[in-house]
Design a protein around this ligand. Sequence first.
Ligand code: SAH
Length: 257
Amino acid sequence: MKYLTFILIIIVLACVFYAYRPFMNFKGQDSIADGENTEFTEEDYARKRKRMVEQQIMARGVRDKKVLDAMQSVRRHLFVPEQYRIYSYNDQPLPIGLGQTISQPYIVALMTEMLDVDNSDIVLEIGTGSGYQAAVLSAIVREVYTIEIIEELGLLADERLKRLGYDNVNFKISDGSLGWPGKGPFDAIIVTAAAEKIPDPLIKQLKPGGRMVIPVNNSSYIQDLLIVEKDEAGNIDAKKTIPVRFVPLVEGEEAAK
Ligand code: SAH
């Protein structure tokens, strides 16, 4: 019996270790990522991306062709730090430094589909992070405005987006819970960090007939992903969709620090 318990503990530990492998920063892993024989080519990454779209995104019900095409076209591996690049197309979020994460591909696709946007729309994103979500939107909409509060992350993302030619993306460093005054109203707003409540300035900057997708805390650990619609009369209707887990939206006093 004791023997069986011991074996069970070993199996559980092995599973935990396996699941958190990408978040552990081993010296050996860097050398795997950098090693000539294990480095993937652009063709390898394109194949992995196709598999990601089919198995993680279409298989879970995302159907909007514009979203599927954008997820196929944006080279996600260029948005993650070098040492995690080989995991870029895995079904998981990844660290991007400074305690922040790039969302799981499925969640990016799902939130983009929920926004229900096309090439006539102007979209505001709060939480630029790596710039990946902004790049996906950039491939679909007329113009993207994206705001990041951490200067170091934001400047890297802005430089990356420009270098990769996503030139309909406008970027600034600021507290995104205040929106982008002077640029709205927006056809759609996407918040990629967890809010305590829907920030009022964002509701104001949403066009009548527009939509916002935002994760809002329902306990200390998880959030409800909400679709918020503003009708032509300015009334707000918020619908809960799925539970999600995002890093927190820094607001008010915290943001001012
Ligand atoms: N959309 C990103 C991932 C977002 S992670 C991507 O595709 O990579 C959430 C980001 O929100 C973090 O970079 C965090 O610094 C940022 N953030 C948190 N609070 C913010 C605020 N008040 N205003 C703007 N950005 C904020």
